[in-house]
Design a protein around this ligand. Structure first.
Ligand SMILES: Cc1ncc(C[n+]2csc(CCOP(=O)(O)OP(=O)(O)O)c2C)c(N)n1
Ligand SMILES: [Mg+2]
Length: 663
């Protein structure tokens, strides 16, 4: 006899309680409250095949309420994914176990995205739903035809990013996106009444979503609501009324179940209440058999999909696209043409657009966009059509003024596969997108952030818009590559590197024109080493300038002044510190010889905070930059005000050398 849905759900509850108890850490309340809804979703609706978690046409499931990680670990185990094993679940939250505190996409196939920072799961799901519709428009229903399901908590829907995500999804009419809201009236501090009186459902309706309510503790009712959501062409919010910690007789319905082990006595009481085995980490045979059958439900559909794939004549192309490898074959022809046409002064944001013309023509997977600064970020190339509800085949997204929503959506698109997203805003507003940039890095999502107006060089908009600390603070983020190219050639090289990366990149680009600093075609991509000697000292070398982006031309001019005084100066262009740090010691030693600053003075020049540049100048080197907020003025005046001119810099270097007794 088929076990009841409630018994299937209770297997989730048991594993959640046991794992949290064993770790004495974790969140049992959410999985226990949503166990019935998750059972309905996984046994009746979600299209997946546990034997192949990478099946490209699987439905995507995102546990936005990532603190309830035991919900997804239990589901993956029960439906028969290779991992987590029961041993992994016993080692919940322990060092080296894939059952990490919060679900991590790089630990377990089946965990589509990393969640935990509330709100971002829903926002990434929007990106997944965009990627699905986009690929569907290109490859058709027989190859791409899936949905994106989300389980979200009160916290996910309270976060500011939710407004951005819901707005985006409504405007793009992402009917394949279905959010199940765990409406349990509880957050950590207690009742949601403490902090919320908005009508969450009406808010979604106002954003052109379909909404439906159900008893989240009744799998049949949840299933009815999912059917309704699937049938509706709008994105759907399913309000699942639940009780946090359901089944724990003394604690359910209270914040006490949110984020702590229930305790031995309460677990025992819950076992009785739910009719569970006394032994920990066990699942009754009939229950496990039913769950494993649910895990194979999609196998037939998967096989049929494979057949359609074979017949489509587009198998190799599609799989290559999903696989995501890109070539930089566009780069050399592009650079050749650049040199042939004659190099002119150009802002790197414009140089980026020029490179993108070649990139978007050569790489069909790119999908561009901007958070309402298209004309400033230069992100839209000529042939790009907008991606809209009427034309999902378009390759340009008007994200609106939603930097965080854009960044999170791009993470979802990148992790869906088949799409390489890039998107722009002003560099200063990386602060608005930063939590998603961090998740790009953590998740190894190939997203390219096109961040223009990268310094006081943006001029008149003034200190609110002039990034100062941004470059260094972004460089401090692990697994993120920040590129600050100096001219059109470096810009193209950096684009090539960003596209071939297996993680996120930021391109920091200027508003103002820059003079070309690279006039010869190099066989190798010089930016790939992160830093390279652009100019060698002519006189005996006493100074090494290390500069990035717009300050490279200033360094070249300052070096020329020093050479005129008989002081030899190298100029090192350093478009990417992270890449330089990863070079072999010999190379780093050659570019920045490890001698004392008395022998060779190292001078960094960057129109941003000097904090951290001692990494390359040494403690006794000279760091030239801006350690305060900017000024509202035309760019040349702002540069002069901060002493970022060749003459002032050359003078500072000479004075510094005298003061330090450097001959
Ligand atoms: C951005 C962010 N802020 C704060 C937290 C810490 N946090 C984790 S769960 C939670 C409460 C969420 O409430 P709800 O979504 O209703 O979850 P429930 O208590 O119902 O499981 C908070 C504040 C977080 N994970 N992410
Ligand atoms: Mg809640």
């Amino acid at each position: 006899m088929q076990p009841s849905d409630r018994r299937l759900a209770n297997a989730i509850r048991a594993l959640a309680m046991d794992a949290v108890e064993a770790a004495n850490s974790g969140h049992p309340g959410m999985p226990m409250g949503m166990a019935d809804a998750a059972t309905a979703l996984f046994t009746r609706h979600l299209k997946f095949d546990a034997a192949d978690p990478h099946w490209p046409d699987r439905d995507r499931f995102i546990l936005s309420a990532g603190h309830g990680s035991m919900l997804i670990y239990a589901l993956l185990y029960l439906t028969g994914y290779e991992r987590p094993t029961m041993d992994d679940i016993r080692r919940f939250r322990q060092l080296g176990s894939p059952t990490a505190g919060h679900p991590e996409n790089f630990e377990l196939p089946g965990v589509e995205v990393t969640t935990g920072p509330l709100g971002q799961g829903v926002a990434m799901a929007v990106g997944m739903a965009i990627a699905e519709r986009h690929l569907n428009a290109i490859y058709g229903d027989s190859i791409v035809d899936h949905r994106t399901f989300v389980i979200a908590g009160d916290g996910d829907l309270m976060e500011g990013i939710n407004h951005e995500a819901v707005g985006l999804a409504g405007n793009l009419r992402l009917g394949r996106l279905i959010v199940l809201w765990d409406d349990n009236n509880i957050t950590i501090d207690g009742s949601t009444e403490l902090s919320r009186n908005e009508d969450v459902v009406e808010r979604h309706r106002a954003a052109q979503w379909h909404t439906v309510e159900c008893d989240g503790l009744d799998a049949d009712d949840v299933s009815r609501a999912i059917d309704e959501a699937v049938a509706d062409p709008r994105p759907s919010l399913i309000r699942c009324r639940t009780i946090i910690g359901f089944g724990a007789p003394n604690k359910q319905g209270t914040a006490a179940t949110h984020g702590a082990a229930l305790g031995k006595d309460e677990v025992e009481a819950a076992r009785k209440e739910l009719g569970l085995d006394e032994e920990e980490f066990t699942v009754p045979d009939d229950v496990l058999t039913a769950w494993r059958a649910a895990g194979k439900r999609g196998a037939v559909e998967h096989a049929l999909w494979k057949e359609r794939m074979e017949e489509s004549g587009r198998k190799d192309e599609f799989l290559a696209r999903i696989n995501g490898s890109v070539s930089d074959a566009w780069l050399h022809p592009y650079l050749d043409k650049l040199f042939k046409d004659g190099l002119k002064p150009v802002a790197t944001r414009k140089a980026s657009e020029m490179a993108l013309e070649a990139i978007n023509a050569a790489i069909p997977a790119t999908v561009g966009g901007s958070a309402d600064l298209t004309g400033s970020n230069n992100t839209k190339t000529k042939a790009m059509e907008p991606l809209t509800a009427e034309n999902y085949a378009g390759r340009y997204i008007y994200y609106g003024i939603r930097e965080f929503g854009m960044a999170a959506a791009m993470n979802g698109m990148a992790l869906h596969g088949g799409v390489i997203p890039y998107g722009g805003t002003f560099l200063v507003f990386t602060d608005y997108a930063r939590p998603a940039i961090r998740l790009s890095a953590l998740q190894r999502a190939r997203v390219v952030y096109v961040m223009t107006h990268d310094s006081i060089g943006l001029g008149e908009d003034g200190p609110t818009h002039q990034p100062v600390e941004h470059l260094q603070s972004l460089r401090a983020m692990p697994a993120l590559e920040l590129y600050r190219p100096a001219d059109a050639v470096e810009t193209a090289e950096c684009w090539a590197l960003a596209l071939q990366s297996d993680g996120p990149s930021i391109l920091a680009l200027t508003r103002q024109n820059l003079r070309p600093v690279r006039s010869d075609a190099a066989a190798e991509n010089l930016s790939a080493r992160g830093a390279y000697r652009l100019k060698s000292a002519e006189n005996p070398r006493k100074v090494i300038f290390i500069a990035t982006g717009s300050e490279v031309e200033i360094a070249l001019d300052a070096a020329a002044e020093l050479e005129g005084q008989g002081i030899g100066a190298d100029v090192v262009s350093m478009p990417c510190t992270e890449r330089f740090d990863a070079q072999p010691r010999d190379y780093r030693e050659d570019v920045l010889p490890d001698v004392s600053n008395r022998e060779i003075l190292r001078v960094s020049i960057e129109a941003g905070t000097t904090y951290g540049w001692e990494r390359y100048t040494g403690l006794h080197g000279l760091r030239i930059g801006i350690d305060r907020f900017g000024v509202s003025a035309p760019a040349p005046d702002a540069y002069a005000f901060f002493g970022l001119t060749p003459g002032k810099i050359a003078q500072r270097v000479v004075d510094f050398m005298k003061q330090r007794g450097i001959q």
